[in-house]
Write a protein that binds this ligand. Sequence first.
Ligand SMILES: Nc1ncnc2c1ncn2[C@@H]1O[C@H](COP(=O)(O)OP(=O)(O)OP(=O)(O)O)[C@@H](O)[C@H]1O
Length: 228
Amino acid sequence: MIELKNVSKTYDNGSVALDRVSLHIGKGEFVFVVGASGAGKSTLIKLLSHEEVPTDGSVLVNGIEVNSLPKSKVPYLRRKMGIVFQDFRLLPNKTAEENVAFAMEVIGASRRVIKERVRTVLDLVGLLGKADMLPKKLSGGEQQRVAIARAIVNRPLLLIADEPTGNLDPETSKGIMDTFKKINHTGTTVLMVTHDKQMVDWMNKRVIEIVDGAIIRDELRGGYSNED
Ligand SMILES: Nc1ncnc2c1ncn2[C@@H]1O[C@H](COP(=O)(O)OP(=O)(O)OP(=O)(O)O)[C@@H](O)[C@H]1O
C-alpha cells in the first residue's frame, strides 16, 4: 500500500525533515506515527499526497510512484486517499449530510448514488440522526465524525489522519478511535499521526516513531513510547 525507499526531504531553507526513511505499510494495516513536534511526521503525510516532493528516494502509494506522477494524475492519486485533520475543516454553511455529499459531487457522482452512499457512511460513523445539522450545532467529536465520513465516502484505499483527536477529550477520542477501527476492519489502510499517548497505548497497534527525520522504532504492537 505504502512504500518509502530511502526517502529524504530537505526544505528550501535547509531544514532536513526526513533523512533516508524506508518503510513498508501493507494493505489493511493500522499504523500510528508518533514523534516530537518537528520530527517530520507531517512531511511524511505530505509526501504521500504529493503536496511535497522528496529530495531523494522513492514514494509508492498503491503501486503508483508518487514523485514521477504528472500533475494531471495527482487528483487520481488523491482520490485513493481520505484525509482527516485535527481541526475538522468542515464547510460551515453546509449540513453534515451536505458536507459529506460535496466530496462526491466534486467527482461527478450521480444524485441517487450520492444520497445512498452518504447515508451509509453517516450511519457507519453514528451520525445519521444529525445529518441535517450544521457543524456549529455539533460537538467536536460529532464534527470529527462528519469529517471522517467525508474522508471515506469515496471509498479510499488509504485513510490518513493528522492528529484527529487533538481537540477532543479522552472519552470522545475513544469513540473516534473505535470508528477508525471499524473503518479499518472494512479493509481500509489507516495511517494516523498523533501525540495522543493514551489512545496509542489503548489501541495497541503498529507504532512508528520518528526522531529528527529518522525512524527509530517500528513495533508491530507498540505503545506511544517504549520508556514505560
Ligand atoms: N514548508 C516548510 N518549509 C521549511 N521547513 C519546513 C516546512 N515544513 C516543515 N519544515 C521543517 O521540517 C521539519 C519537520 O517538520 P514537520 O512539520 O514534518 O514535523 P511534525 O513532526 O509534523 O511536527 P508537528 O508534530 O509539530 O506537526 C521541521 O524542522 C520543520 O520546521
